[in-house]
Design a protein around this ligand. Sequence first.
Ligand code: AKB
Length: 330
Amino acid sequence: NREIKYSTKTNSKCKTSNPPRILITGGLGQLGTECAKLLRKNYGSDNVILTDIIKPTDEHLENGPFIFADILDFKGLQKIVVNYRIDWLIHFSALLSAVGEQNVPLAVRVNIEGMHNVIELAKQYNLRIFVPSTIGAFGPDSPRNPTPNVTIQRPRTIYGVSKVHAELLGEYYYHRFGLDFRCLRFPGVISSDPPGGGTTDYAVAVFHEGLINKKYECYLEPHTRLPMIYIEDCLSALFQFLNVPNEKLRRRVYNVTAMSFTPEELFSRLTKHIPDLQISYKPDSRQLIAESWPQVFDDSEARCDWGWEHKYDLDKLVTSMLRDVNQNCM
Ligand code: AKB
């Protein structure tokens, strides 16, 4: 049954004779649905189980299985891993930087207790586990331009603290138990799906509000430089990294990025496409977070060890986002 589905729905890579069965947590966030699409194309629809505690839309249910899973419920997770005979776990559930500061106890539960559950689950069932980390795992004491793979990490947000904790825990489980833990530190991810609660979100919101209202009030100062990546590059990094043979990985946690820009630089490109776009600035608490993060991210180790290459620069990002938002959100 599965074989027939591959051949009708997917490209030649899907004919993999023994594709992994993959569980995605936090599947209805910014990365989950697009990630599921990419993995389903390659491994077959039924082999990728999207989960969340949020009610899915009809669209979410279109491409493959979706089920309820609460990362704070260890037994519930065990049941899914056993029933679906899961091989790989992609753990997206997390409260992002800005929203985490608004509810620290919840961020501790979701980001830290949730991580304890999934890593123990991965160990018990011998799963390959991918956990995204972030530029937010660095802080004001880290070198900011460029920020290398290994350096001081003293983040000042609960999000950052939870991600450093996840990185260290994953590395520990790898060295202590041989767990196949993999982690990429992503910069701000730009996609037409709304991200929800991050510090880099202005670079998504401006496309939506710019196209609809022709004006945007930015909560960061015009010259605040942050590393960014277009969703397609982000997911291809993830997909490529998941498939790198263990012998090629010199570490379990890699920086990846595509570009760095300031609000001013992004908006000046955007006004070429939307000439009547009005921009104003009203910095808020997110400015302080952004000022403690890397400006330029050094991902040379990922490029050297497993051949990471981005495809989207700022110009390509702007044209692709205008197309995506027009197609999906207008
Ligand atoms: C955020 O801004 O919190 C996230 C991130 C960079 O991890 N987008």
